[in-house]
Design a protein around this ligand. Structure first.
Ligand SMILES: Cc1cc2nc3c(=O)[nH]c(=O)nc-3n(C[C@H](O)[C@H](O)[C@H](O)COP(=O)(O)OP(=O)(O)OC[C@H]3O[C@@H](n4cnc5c(N)ncnc54)[C@H](O)[C@@H]3O)c2cc1C
Length: 241
């Protein structure tokens, strides 16, 4: 296990050797997880009021063969404190990949990703996967954060968007910051219609990921303000935030 701190925020990414993960899952071929899936980590913290396990999306892409990665906010719970204090090189108990929050297969339909804070983890995996496998999928991500320091994976996203005309990233901040030129405030109808054409609005599959409050607000925005039918909306709720 290796740790990467994200400067200016309380977010840490943890990278685990994929070979070790494979061994744990007793598989003899490369782990076949799908971009967007999550796994459950057990640290044995029985003293934590919420118990010893937490779900974490694999923020790595299946195309990143050497490692799997999870990313989280480190706060004052026994579970998070133990996770943050793990020595580089330690092993943890982690389940096989779970969940159905994965990219659709009909690439004629663009993907629109709506992220709130740490909810960006499955989207890093999906975007990296789409780029590496060169699938002809138009992806627009709206990434909402409190401030610039909390934009997770920004350097990677900026690089990927610059090199791939299929990828468009729109950042928005809720705090007012002096040297910010991007969008301001919550993701709203005006912002979405500024970056998506009517055709895209009519055909895209929308993915929402974040804490429960954000998820509810985005579902309302899509369904009530933009008239997007439920069938074209997929959600992953980060229960626990
Ligand atoms: C399918 C699925 C996927 C998930 N994927 C992820 C993922 O990729 N990454 C991820 O992080 N989580 C993810 N989660 C949520 C994760 O499982 C935990 O529930 C979440 O990280 C909260 O952890 P925690 O209970 O230790 O509490 P935390 O929210 O980490 O800590 C709570 C404590 O922190 C303190 N606190 C609260 N707010 C603040 C604040 N603003 N500043 C400082 N201190 C504060 C309070 O004292 C509170 O008691 C996922 C959940 C699901 C269901």
């Amino acid at each position: 296990m290796d740790k990467i701190s994200h400067a200016g925020s309380d977010i840490i990414s943890f990278k685990f050797a994929r070979s070790e993960y494979l061994q744990q899952q007793q598989q003899d071929h490369l782990l076949d997880y799908k971009a967007g899936q999550y796994a459950i980590v057990d640290l044995g913290t029985k003293e934590d009021p919420e118990g010893p396990v937490r779900s974490f999306t694999l923020s790595s892409s299946p195309t990143e063969e050497g490692f799997i990665m999870i990313s989280t906010r480190v706060r004052d719970t026994p579970f998070k404190k133990k996770l943050a204090s793990l020595d580089v090189g330690s092993s943890v108990n982690i389940t096989a990949p779970l969940g159905r929050f994965t990219l659709h297969e009909d690439h004629l339909k663009p993907a629109v990703l709506l992220s709130g804070g740490i909810g960006v983890t499955p989207f890093r995996s999906m975007i990296k996967y789409a780029i590496d496998t060169k699938i002809p999928l138009k992806i627009t991500m709206f990434d909402a954060n409190r401030n610039k320091e909390n934009i997770l994976f920004k350097d990677e996203f900026d690089k990927w968007a610059k090199l791939n005309e299929n990828v468009q990233i729109v950042y928005t901040l809720s705090d007012t910051q002096a040297d910010w030129n991007g969008e301001q405030g919550h993701i709203n109808k005006k912002m979405i219609t500024k970056y998506l054409t009517n055709d895209e609005l009519d055909s895209s599959i929308f993915y929402i990921c974040g804490p429960p409050g954000m998820l509810k607000a985005m579902e309302k925005l899509l369904q009530e303000d933009l008239g997007i039918p439920k069938e074209r909306i997929r959600t992953e709720q980060f229960i626990g935030y």
